[in-house]
Design a protein around this ligand. Structure first.
Ligand SMILES: Nc1ncnc2c1ncn2[C@@H]1O[C@H](COP(=O)(O)OP(=O)(O)OP(=O)(O)O)[C@@H](O)[C@H]1O
Ligand SMILES: [Mg+2]
Length: 282
């Protein structure tokens, strides 16, 4: 018997996809795997196929060619429910996944479908309301909330299901800076607890925390590797309509002016420390 704990969280084998037989290929012959517990960022310009890739990952879309495996199982109609339980996706637009009338009911909806005991549902809903700081909206109809507030409800609904693999598709796009920081620290916590985190993002800074980055360009996977390797090939990000993180651009800008920092630059803190060391050694 296959030992599922050794299987990749997600495996794409020669996957191609187009929305109709007449339309263009949106995903072209993609191969990659994501290890259990890994934090992977997916970047690429508008229309490069990121959201389509995510929908192939939880069985919302079926590959036109190739195979997608989740935790060692090929996605098929027969195991779709199981796959959706394993892969929780927070979609780009919260309106796509809001189902309940009130915040509380919305978070409970997926749990009721899992046929959990009432006490367990209440306890998970309470935990998520606290975690996402939604206490004051608990009984509000979701449709009366702002875009960012709805996004937090959608995140709570997905996390409540306790999926092993959690995918955030540009989930900070409507959040204010403080809620964004809160969500990032939540992602770090989830990663530390052993969850597999997949983060589709347009923000260059977000890739610094990832174990690995996948870059998509017009439906093709053009890079797969860590941030330091990616930074040595800036043309890849440029071609994919994106940018290196600010700290990297700042360090390079200093370099061009003859200031060679020897320390790391994977965060503002590290960059400040490197600058301080440079100044102290002058
Ligand atoms: N339901 C659909 N029917 C037909 N074509 C679609 C559909 N959804 C997306 N597409 C097309 O597939 C391509 C990839 O779209 P996708 O939404 O995956 O891109 P994306 O990388 O997520 O972009 P963004 O950064 O804007 O969210 C685009 O050309 C888009 O027009
Ligand atoms: Mg998208």
């Amino acid at each position: 018997m296959t030992d599922l704990s050794k299987s990749p969280a997600v495996l794409f084998e020669n996957v191609s996809f187009r929305y109709t037989e007449q339309s263009e290929w949106v995903i072209e012959d993609i191969n990659f795997s994501i290890t259990l517990g890994e934090w992977v960022s997916i970047v690429g310009g508008n229309g490069s196929g990121k959201s389509t890739l995510i929908k192939l990952m939880n069985g919302l879309l079926k590959p036109s060619l190739g195979r997608v495996h989740v935790l060692g199982e090929n996605i098929e109609m027969a195991n779709l429910l199981k796959i959706r339980k394993s892969v929780g996706v927070v979609f780009q637009n919260p309106d796509e996944q809001i189902v309940g009338t009130t915040v509380e009911e919305d978070i409970a909806f997926g749990l009721q479908n899992l046929l959990l005991q009432r006490d367990e549902i209440i306890s998970r809903v309470d935990r998520m309301i606290k975690l996402l700081q939604l206490e004051e909206y608990r009984n509000r109809p979701v449709r009366t909330l702002s875009g960012g507030q709805k996004q937090l409800v959608a995140i709570a609904g997905v996390l409540a299901m306790d999926p092993k693999i959690i995918v955030f598709d540009e989930s900070t796009s409507m959040l204010d800076p403080q809620s964004t920081i809160h969500l990032h620290s939540l992602m770090s916590d989830l990663h530390q607890q052993g969850f597999t985190v997949i983060h589709v993002t347009h923000h260059p800074e977000d890739i610094l925390k990832a174990d690995r980055i996948l870059v998509l360009n017009q439906g093709r996977l053009v890079f797969e590797g860590d941030v330091l390797t990616l930074m040595k090939q800036p043309e890849i990000l440029q071609d994919a309509h994106t940018l290196p993180p600010f700290v990297v651009r700042f360090k390079e800008s200093l370099y061009r002016r003859g200031i060679k920092l020897s320390g790391g630059c994977k965060s503002e803190k590290e960059l400040a420390k490197s600058i301080w060391e440079y100044i102290s050694a002058m």
